[in-house]
Design a protein around this ligand. Structure first.
Ligand SMILES: [Zn+2]
Length: 127
């Protein structure tokens, strides 16, 4: 991969990282609200659950973005972490934080191997 390409992906990743970190810091929509109305409470519980699910998704995305930036720094970016083949530029353009080539991603989605490591949101924000 050329330096120009690396710089392009780095810029994309840094933008995404800032966007996600901001989103994760604005977490007041998960705060528990008290309401005397039972119907409102049900609705609020639903909204809270949705907010938590979004947070989960965003924090794992942030983890992937950070990982990709680290791989740019150490020179291993653009190589599939599972099979060590080069990841196609088309895939990196669409998902610059991807860890896997399309074949391995599909296998990971089917849980054929374990890729994730668990870090809490607070650890992520502190990093
Ligand atoms: Zn692969």
């Amino acid at each position: 991969m050329t330096q120009t390409e690396l710089n392009k992906y780095k810029a994309m990743l840094e933008t995404k990282q800032a966007e996600l970190a901001n989103g994760l810091r604005n977490r007041e929509d998960i705060a528990i609200e008290k309401t005397p109305d039972a119907l409102d409470e049900v609705q609020l519980a639903g909204e809270r659950e949705l907010a938590i699910r979004n947070l989960d998704r965003e924090s794992s995305l942030l983890r992937n973005v950070r990982g990709a930036l680290a791989r740019i720094a150490d020179g291993s970016y653009g190589v599939c972490l599972h099979c060590e083949e080069d990841i196609k530029a088309k895939r990196l353009d669409a998902v610059p934080w991807t860890k896997y080539c399309i074949r391995c991603q599909e296998a990971a989605d089917r849980h054929e191997f374990e890729g994730e490591n668990g870090e809490s949101i607070d650890e992520l924000l502190a990093a």
